[in-house]
Design a protein around this ligand. Structure first.
Ligand SMILES: Nc1ncnc2c1ncn2[C@@H]1O[C@H](COP(=O)(O)OP(=O)(O)OP(=O)(O)O)[C@@H](O)[C@H]1O
Length: 247
């Protein structure tokens, strides 16, 4: 489904090659390689401490890469500064939810849209986010800190989408959400990715939810890729689920 590319949008191709990343000289990702094709949703799975967040932080250039490359549409992102990454089309939704609690929903969206859209185009962009997330439109005057967990997650997603990324990296969007809300967030993510042809890297502990919307899954164990297969294959692999995913 996410392979459908609509007119005007095209997902980016992300190629992660021999990526080694560590903290204080101690590697936590060991020569990790996998790629995301344009418009693909890839679930990044693994137990606590497997290295999922570190990998997303490496893509967002928030940690130093010891060796290896991350390329977007064939161009190495190695020299791109963190603050320029969004202009190159990469958006990260961290698990802290990237919402400014003191600002209203509307202000949060406008702030995120600042560098991408001006004047009437910004209004259209904000309204476009409200069309995707109807519940946010109803809370547009509420402060970020007054939102429920699900609404905050939708606002974090909206803030990322309004920059019109070609690659969206999400860190555990299901964290702390009730199952029904998780289903809503995942459903919206899948529909939006499909309609925009977005490429999505989705780090999740909620394996079932992630695989329900993903095309493919990559499983990390202690910083190494131990599986890279279609979502259907991974969902049916009981050995893998027991060995690396905790059930
Ligand atoms: N800032 C840091 N300094 C030192 N070590 C860190 C730091 N952040 C993470 N680590 C270590 O790196 C390893 C990978 O952590 P990471 O957060 O990337 O895993 P994860 O798969 O996202 O885990 P979780 O699902 O629990 O969030 C862990 O052993 C962790 O303790």
């Amino acid at each position: 489904m996410s392979g459908v590319v609509s007119v005007g949008f095209r997902g980016g191709a992300l190629d992660i090659r021999d990526l080694t990343v560590g903290y204080g000289g101690e590697p936590v990702l060991h020569s990790v390689s996998f790629d995301l094709r344009p418009g693909e949703i890839v679930a990044l799975l693994g137990a606590n401490g497997a290295g999922k967040t570190t990998l997303l932080r490496a893509v967002a250039r928030l940690v130093r890469v010891a060796s290896g490359t991350i390329a977007l549409d064939g161009a190495d992102l190695g020299q791109v500064r963190t603050e320029d990454l969004a202009r190159r089309g990469v958006a990260l939704v961290p698990d802290g939810r990237s919402v400014v609690g003191e600002l209203t929903v509307d202000e949060n969206l406008r702030l995120a849209a600042l560098w991408r859209h001006r004047g009437a185009a910004r209004e259209r962009a904000v309204n476009g986010i409200y069309e995707i997330f109807g519940s946010l439109a109803r809370r547009r005057s509420s402060a970020g800190h007054q939102l429920s967990g699900g609404e905050r997650q939708m606002l974090a997603l909206g803030r990322a989408l309004i920059t019109e990324p070609t690659v969206l990296a999400l860190d555990e969007p299901s964290l702390g959400l009730a199952p029904l809300i998780v289903a809503q967030v995942m459903g919206t993510l899948r529909e939006t990715a499909a309609s925009r042809g977005l490429t999505v890297l989705l780090a999740e502990q909620n394996v079932t939810s992630a695989l329900s919307i993903a095309d493919r899954g990559v499983v990390l164990n202690l910083g190494r890729v131990v599986a890279d297969a279609s979502a259907a294959t991974l969902a049916n692999d009981t050995h893998l689920r027991h060995a690396y995913l905790g059930f």
